[in-house]
Design a protein around this ligand. Structure first.
Ligand code: ASP
Length: 320
């Protein structure tokens, strides 16, 4: 049986021109660590869902990525995080939105899936559930990151919100994309030795987001989806577009109802439908035959893949 793990650390205008060697090395190390951690679960006969949690937790602990510890700041100067996980073997899912002080939001999403009797919890209720389940919490200082704080200070008095990393990356509601942006959300999708699929996504959303804004990442079917019969998918990009295009489930539907291959379905949605809407970003995907796809319409996407055919990829730019 094929076993495969794919991960991403966000998409956007990721080109050699904006990355120096040191940054490349940092991202490489961050992706590599998450890949190996997740893959070792699969190689040891573990379940896809556990591999997804293992890989994402590593990236949530790394301030380089906009998830967990590296989550961006909201209009009110807080770190509010979203995450989702889905088990393709039984279509079980768990998601959380707008949570604070949760060290690893992906672990809370898994707990929601397994023990809440619900699928999607938000804000204070999600925190209450986290406390009850003994989920690890972290103080505000843990989430403080100087560069992300400075980004926020630049725009906190404006109506703009920003898609991670770049200070000249200012956006209004449903903005046109700026040529100099990156998204920093993290995600993983896996196929285990039993042929079970799983996917997960975790994010801090967008700098200066307000009104309790929630993106696509925690919305099952938009930013995250898994179904053994079709595929497992985690998206990254401008959430307002991914939500309206219901990206992850649309790809699953194209495979289920139209018989498309994984790659055909991903291309159709990311490189055709989403482009026509003006939405930028990408995704990682696997199917139960061990096929995988990295698909994005932005200049680059932090991404990695490892399978049991001895293949391993860590890449960022468009032409790799
Ligand atoms: N999709 C995420 C959101 O809109 C952002 C990202 O992918 O970086 O919240």
């Amino acid at each position: 049986m094929p076993i495969t793990l794919v991960i991403h650390g966000g998409a956007g205008n990721i080109t050699p021109a904006i990355m120096n060697k040191e940054q490349e090395a940092q991202y490489h190390a961050g992706l590599e660590e998450a890949l190996q951690k997740g893959y070792s679960v699969l190689a040891g006969g573990g379940a896809a869902i556990d591999a997804v949690v293992a890989a994402i937790s590593v990236m949530e602990d790394n301030p380089l990525f906009n998830a967990g510890r590296g989550a961006v700041f909201t209009k009110k100067g807080l770190n509010e995080m979203d995450a989702a996980i889905m088990d393709g073997s039984n279509l079980a899912a768990g998601a959380i939105a707008g949570v604070r002080n949760i060290k690893n939001p992906i672990k809370l999403a898994r707990e929601v899936m397994l023990h809440s009797g619900h699928v999607f919890l938000s804000g204070k209720g999600a925190s209450e559930f986290a406390l009850k389940q003994g989920i690890e919490m972290a103080p505000d200082e843990y989430f403080f990151n100087k560069s992300r704080y400075d980004q926020w200070v630049e725009i906190r008095d404006s109506d703009f919100y920003q898609l991670d990393h770049k200070e000249d990356n200012l956006k209004g509601p449903l903005p046109k994309t700026n040529p100099d942006y990156k998204y920093g959300t993290v995600g993983a999708a896996a196929c285990d030795a039993q042929g079970n699929l799983a996917a997960g996504t975790s994010t801090g959303g967008m700098t200066n987001k307000r009104y309790g804004r929630i993106g696509d990442s925690p919305v099952i079917g938009a930013g995250t989806y898994a179904n053994n019969a079709t595929c497992a998918i985690s998206c990254t990009g401008h959430g307002e577009y991914f939500l309206r295009a219901v990206v992850a489930h649309d790809i699953s539907c194209l495979m289920e109802y139209k018989g498309m291959t994984l790659q055909q379905a991903c291309d159709k949605v990311i490189k055709d439908k989403l482009v026509k809407m003006g939405g930028e970003g990408g995704l990682i995907a696997v199917d139960a035959q061990g096929n995988y796809d990295f698909c994005f319409n932005s200049a680059g996407m932090y991404r990695a893949m490892k399978n049991n055919e001895g293949k391993e990829i860590v890449a960022y730019y468009g032409n790799e």
